[in-house]
Design a protein around this ligand. Structure first.
Ligand code: ADP
Ligand code: ASP
Ligand code: MG
Length: 411
């Protein structure tokens, strides 16, 4: 008998019919004698719908109230799911984040999990029930409802698997696993059989939303093997695991894109010690993460600083920055929301030169201008105009031969 955590995403529970189908699948595991903890997302589109409503009420919706609102999405699916299980003759109980006690910090809309109490879940499991937990939500020590950031149900699932020392954690979604790039924009994308935590961390942080990045970080830290697979087929999906020697031979294992960022430039800043900290400290104090940063020196002791933030943080960043610009005597602040970040990821890059230059050549051949570049040991990212996203992804996928059958990732 194993203890399994199974997480089903928004499209998997997107209608009452789909919820019934997922219940049938879970029932099969339960009947085989396994203990099952199910983590559910809200129905597909629901979180966006709720955010849209919030935006109709307040230009910058209050973050505490946003969490109160967003947490309702998952409450709907877990209750319906528990009903479907009972209808199928299996005892089940749905639990919200605060009932389990998924304790988080108080950073509303992007809270981090601090601790999970497992006592209640264990008691229900021992009584033979399937336990259905609302993904994406938690509670602070003061009893305030929080959410974990978009895609946060993955994090709930992995954190529960780690806390319960589950035998496995399965992430069920609308594609058959992790692909060489988003199968929805590149028909040549292929399913990867196994991928390392580190590669998956990069893919996730660079836009492959199939797994939320914090869930991968947690899985790595607590050595939770993840199996990403489809709700709609029985096929084996992708295993996210620790690195082994065979996997190092992969040069580039995936291409990602993200349209979630915006670029901001603060122009003609006095080039002197302390200026960068004056610019970025108020931004980080507001809980806003800055991604890429580029500094161009001008003539006459002046410099331009360009950086990227999530589009969801863009309005707040601009407000903060306009104030800073006035304080430090910068000339102006400009911005561009129509950008995309295209990245190539692979552990094999560590031991090979020339990967970045191949990427730049591909962009040049397609006539795509690169606005910013960032590299790490196992990734290269470029900021380009958003309209070239698909073109860039497909050209890179083919240039790095990810569509070829003799790649080590092929099944
Ligand atoms: P869920 O609602 O199940 O959490 P998501 O929409 O968050 O599902 O993630 C699944 C989606 O991730 C897929 O439909 C696909 O479009 C997208 N995706 C982006 N990059 C990749 C990739 N490399 N492999 C698989 N899916 C990807
Ligand atoms: N419902 C949340 C979202 O849409 C959490 C999730 O689906 O993982 O982001
Ligand atoms: Mg998701």
């Amino acid at each position: 008998m194993a203890l399994i955590v199974q997480k089903f995403g928004g499209t998997s529970v997107g209608s009452t019919e789909k919820i019934k189908n997922v219940a049938k699948r879970v029932l099969r595991y339960q009947q085989q004698g396994h203990q099952v903890v199910v983590v559910l997302s809200a129905m597909s589109g629901q979180t966006d719908r709720l955010l849209g409503w919030a935006g109709e009420m307040q230009r910058l919706p209050d973050l505490r109230e946003t969490d109160m609102l967003l947490a309702t999405g998952e409450q709907v699916t877990i209750a319906l799911f528990a009903m479907a299980m009972k209808e199928a003759g299996c005892d089940a109980v749905s639990l919200l984040g605060d009932q389990v006690r998924i304790l988080t910090d108080a950073m509303h809309t992007k809270a981090r999990i601090r601790e999970i109490e497992t006592g209640l879940i264990r008691r229900h499991l021992d009584a033979g029930r399937v336990v259905v937990v609302a993904g994406f939500q938690g509670v602070t020590a003061e009893g305030e409802i929080t959410t974990l950031g978009r895609g946060g149900s993955d994090t709930t699932a992995v954190a529960l698997a780690a806390a319960l020392k589950a035998d496995s954690c399965e992430i069920y979604t609308d594609v058959e696993g992790v692909y060489t790039t988003d199968p929805n924009i590149c028909a040549q994308a292929r399913k990867i059989k196994m991928i390392t935590y580190d590669e998956m961390l990069e893919l996730a942080s660079l836009g492959a939303k199939v797994l939320e990045i914090r869930s991968v970080g947690l899985a790595k830290r607590y050595k939770v093997p993840l199996h990403v697979r489809s709700t709609f087929s029985e096929n084996e999906g992708t295993w996210v695991v620790e690195e082994d020697r065979l996997m190092e031979s992969m040069l580039v294992s995936g291409i990602t894109y993200s349209r979630k960022e915006a670029r901001i430039t603060i122009k003609a800043v006095p080039d002197q010690p302390g200026v960068a900290s004056k610019i970025f400290l108020p931004i980080s104090n507001a809980g806003i993460l800055v991604d890429m940063i580029l500094q161009n020196t001008r003539e006459g002791q002046l410099t331009d600083i360009t950086f990227t933030v999530l589009r969801t943080d863009y309005l707040r960043t601009m407000e903060i920055l306009k104030q800073t610009a006035a304080e430090i005597g910068a000339e102006s602040v400009s911005s561009d929301e129509s950008i995309a970040k295209i990245s190539i990821v692979g552990v094999g890059m560590r031991n090979h030169s020339g990967i970045a230059s191949t990427m730049f050549q591909v962009m040049a051949n397609e006539g795509i201008n690169i606005m910013m570049i960032a590299t790490s040991e196992i990734k290269v990212s470029c900021i380009i105009a958003e309209k070239y996203t698909e073109l860039a992804v497909r050209a890179l996928h083919s240039a790095f031969a990810l569509d070829k059958v003799n790649q080590p990732t092929e099944e």
